[in-house]
Design a protein around this ligand. Structure first.
Ligand code: SF4
Length: 280
């Protein structure tokens, strides 16, 4: 399958999970441990007992009530369909045991690459990051090419080194985007990696804040303004986002939104879907 150059809007679409073109890879390749997020323990490579013959979850509408909150939070950034349809040309671990080990090893690696593409696409689509546009575009193309490599070549990649190389570029793009929004005193006080677990940030003006890697677990962010704030790697588990403004939040992912709680008044970017488990 040939990879076709995409517009910025198409790029984000291409980085969204399409379970209909995947062979249930997240439900087989990944391990999970019995916890508040999963009702039982499962080894990597072991098919979940709730996965049916058509690679669908038989308890999908009841995942949260049945103790599988973690499944409603996970997002593969489109790695599932890419690995299934492109890397393995439509093969399935179920029909072809020869591809099992390789397919399960490659899936989490491609997911990491797809996540990097998500951040690069976000940065490249920002008018404020225009001075870095060609650099970001080149990095996007080169990273996308890696996702199209053969399984053994993907397994040989040094993803830590790649992430490190991209981190600086994404950080410079972040500075340009955040500089376009004069940060409030509250936003200026926040440091990257800040411990804001359970913090009361309701109604705060956090425009342009650097929340990279921040711990926002169970933080109250109701009606806060996170416009142009950098949230790369921030932990939003059980954060309350009702009424929050996130339409232009930088590096926001579906995974982070799924992990948080919100409602119909939360303003989200078009690239992110409102989770079905949020309040209506
Ligand atoms: S419970 Fe459903 S969504 Fe979760 S791993 Fe099992 S089959 Fe997949």
């Amino acid at each position: 399958m040939e990879l076709i150059p995409l517009t910025p809007v198409d790029r984000r679409e291409n980085l969204r999970a399409d379970c209909s073109r995947c062979v249930g890879l997240c439900c087989v390749a990944l391990a999970f441990a019995r916890s508040a997020d999963f009702a039982f323990t499962k080894d990597a490579g072991e098919p979940c007992v709730n996965l049916d013959d058509d690679y669908r979850c038989v308890i999908h509408p009841e995942l949260r009530s049945r103790g599988f909150k973690g499944c409603t939070v996970f997002d593969c950034f489109g790695a599932g369909q890419k690995v299934t349809q492109h890397t393995f040309d439509g093969a399935s671990w179920r029909d072809d045991p020869r591809v099992r080990e390789s397919m399960f090893a490659v899936f989490p690696l491609v997911r990491q690459l797809q996540e990097m593409l998500w951040y690069l696409a976000d940065a490249a689509g920002r008018p404020e990051a225009e001075p870095l546009r060609s650099e970001l575009e080149r990095a996007y193309r080169e990273t996308e090419a890696l996702t199209a490599a053969a399984p053994d070549d993907i397994r040989a990649l040094d993803l830590d080194a790649l992430r490190e190389a991209l981190s600086g570029m994404l950080g410079r793009a972040s500075e340009l985007v955040r500089a376009a929004t004069p940060a409030s005193p509250a936003a200026q006080r926040i440091e990257p990696g800040a411990d804001l677990m359970g913090a009361d940030l309701a109604g705060q003006d956090l425009r342009g804040a650097n929340l990279r890697g921040a711990w926002l677990i169970a933080a109250d962010l109701r009606s806060s303004d996170l416009s142009n704030a950098d949230v790369l790697g921030a932990d939003f588990r059980d954060a309350e986002l009702g009424g929050a403004l996130l339409e232009s939040t930088l590096y926001l992912t579906q995974f982070q939104v799924n992990a948080a709680t919100g409602d119909d008044t939360t303003m989200l970017p078009d690239s992110v879907t409102r989770p079905t488990h949020w309040r209506r």
